[in-house]
Design a protein around this ligand. Structure first.
Ligand code: ZN
Length: 180
């Protein structure tokens, strides 16, 4: 079967892809860049040795991790996978420090809230409780306006009729003698 279409390894190495080719199950000819990466970094014979040392059910995972490591080594020839690992470790450290700072902030806020909620029930809190009461009282003040109006209107209505009658009577009384 594989003699017709050799695996990516055999195609690159220009050799006949035998039935027991160690690469053919893991390096498809459709993805030739995978084998070229591991070949450049580890060498074909080392790759086949590493695959053979692993139990067969896990060889696909081993081949994939070798491809991953080889690609990163090709991209970062100095640090390779170590570069990615240390960058992630720095990220973890920075996030842990941030988390610690946030936890400390949360503890501070909780402590503040607890101290505020504990304050009122204690006997020392007379000032704060009276302050709260005085703040709650002010709203229902605007009642005193009606009383002044009521007395004034009632008094005016009460007093005007007599004054008018006396004025008329006085005028008529004054006029009468003047005419007479
Ligand atoms: Zn092959």
């Amino acid at each position: 079967m594989n003699t017709i279409t050799p695996c990516a390894a055999c195609k690159l190495l220009r050799r006949r892809c035998a039935h027991e080719c160690p690469f053919s199950p893991y390096f498809s000819p459709l993805e030739p860049q995978k084998f070229s990466a591991v070949h450049k970094v580890f060498g074909a014979s080392n790759v086949s040795k590493m695959l053979m040392e692993v139990p067969e059910p896990q060889r696909a995972d081993a081949a994939n991790s070798l491809v991953y490591e080889a690609n990163i080594r090709l991209r970062d020839p100095i640090y390779g996978c170590m570069g990615a690992i240390s960058a992630l470790q720095q990220q973890v450290q920075a996030l842990e420090e941030e988390l610690q700072a946030l936890r400390a902030e949360i503890l501070k806020q909780k402590y503040r809230q607890n101290s505020e909620s504990i304050m009122p029930p204690t006997p020392h809190s007379g000032i704060s409780s009276t302050g709260v009461v005085s703040v709650a009282v002010p709203p229902p003040i605007p009642t005193p306006s009606p009383p002044p109006h009521a007395p004034s209107t009632s008094s005016s209505s009460m007093y005007t009729p007599p004054s008018c009658s006396t004025d008329y009577s006085s005028i008529t009384n004054e006029n009468a003698p003047y005419y007479g």
